[in-house]
Design a protein around this ligand. Structure first.
Ligand SMILES: Cc1ncc(COP(=O)(O)O)c(C=O)c1O
Length: 369
């Protein structure tokens, strides 16, 4: 049996037909960019995430750039980010002309902690901070970090590219964020059929500026109040996402079951499964286990031999990337992000994985010596 790391084509019955029919209608009525379907999706997204303002844009990296700019981050401002994230978080800071400072994450929770953010605020005096909710979890210290940033006058942006559908204390993670962003890249839990992203905020001022930035800084059709760019969400993607959103909870439930089964049924001591904190409800984006860095290469070879896909999200710390040279302003590191990068292993997990596939992964991993 072959089990891929991810299969993005496990749609619900009639999903493909419904999307195709609605796409044909868009082709016929000429709604290619914008149009009612974008508004319809944005309103469904706002409702699902329980946010005040939700808007689509071209991709998750643009979403962070829009969020930074709309929240007032300017050239040469300092922005702290976790050392363990996807490179886009680092890139977005540099692309808006600001300077990234990386902060180490916890070896236990794999996320930023309040004390690390506090230390970084005291040391670097940043204008803004980005926390990244990885693996389909929420950073366990989110509430404390939000309060800390508010008290210290640091603008907080939350990169939720992997965290749509995550709950914190039984509420949508995004609902209390000042500004949050997401990615609808096809492999995300709410994936489009191409690139797309989203921006969420409680602030009407941030929302208004963001809306203008993603549309050439337009204040009216031919008046441009800002230097923005074109980061509009296309109508086809809005349509695909709108239909996907209707099935999202079922998709997330099926993923959550996979993660939970790995945690409870895999007994191999070579892997230590990590669960999200008890006040966090995961969305099942990724299953996360840690191994010793020395033992991981042989285990990966074993998975390959048995046709089981795997991930190592992410295989390198941000501050160690060659592209960081000349851009990074400073860092606080105990080497944790680097250690996690060498230790992490992700087993196959996607919506509607069959029980046969899950059982095959579990028994194969349990048989590994
Ligand atoms: C944590 C994180 N931030 C940002 C992004 C960037 O999103 P996109 O690929 O849509 O630009 C991703 C997507 O891979 C991500 O995982």
């Amino acid at each position: 049996m072959k089990v891929p790391f991810i299969d993005i084509l496990r749609y619900e019955k009639n999903f493909y037909e419904t999307v195709s029919e609605k796409t044909s209608a868009l082709l016929k009525n000429g709604h290619f960019v914008g149009g009612p379907i974008v508004g319809e999706f944005e309103s469904a997204l706002k409702n699902y995430t329980q946010t005040e303002f939700a808007m689509g844009c071209a991709n998750g990296t643009d979403a962070i750039q829009v969020a930074l700019r709309a929240a007032g981050v300017q050239k040469d401002d300092k922005v702290i980010i976790p050392d363990m994230t996807f490179w886009a978080t680092f890139e977005a800071v540099v692309n808006v002309g600001a300077i990234p400072y990386t902060v180490d994450v916890s070896k236990e929770t794999l996320h930023l902690t309040t004390s690390a953010v506090k230390e970084a605020i005291e040391k670097f005096n940043p204008k803004a901070a980005i926390i990244v909710h990885l693996y389909g979890w929420a950073c366990p210290d989110t509430a404390e970090i939000r309060k800390l940033c508010q008290d210290k006058g640091v603008v907080l942006i939350e990169d939720c590219a992997q965290a749509i559908g995550v709950k914190l204390n039984n509420e949508s993670l995004l609902s209390h964020a000042f500004v949050a962003t997401t990615s609808f890249y096809p492999a995300k839990v709410l994936g489009a059929s191409g690139d797309a992203g989203g921006i969420f905020t409680k602030s009407s001022q941030v929302a208004q500026t963001a809306q203008k930035l993603i549309n050439h800084g337009r204040t009216s059709h031919y008046e441009h109040g800002f230097i923005g760019w074109n980061s509009r969400l296309g109508a086809y993607e809005a349509n695909f996402l709108n239909e996907s959103l209707k099935h999202l909870e079922a998709r997330l439930d099926s993923r959550r079951v996979v993660c939970e089964q790995y945690r409870t049924k895999i007994k191999n001591p070579a892997l230590k499964f990590i669960a999200p904190a008890s006040h966090v409800k995961e969305n099942g984006y990724l299953s996360v286990a840690l191994m010793t860095p020395e033992s991981r290469p042989a285990f990966i070879e074993y998975l390959k031999k048995h046709d089981i896909g795997y991930g190592t999200v992410y295989p390198g710390a941000m501050s160690e990337q060659p592209g960081a040279t000349g851009h990074i302003g400073g860092k606080i590191s105990q080497g944790n992000a680097d250690w996690i990068a060498k230790s992490v292993i992700n087993l196959p997990c996607f919506a509607y994985m069959t029980q046969e596939e899950v059982d095959f992964v579990i028994s194969t991993v349990n048989n590994y010596k």
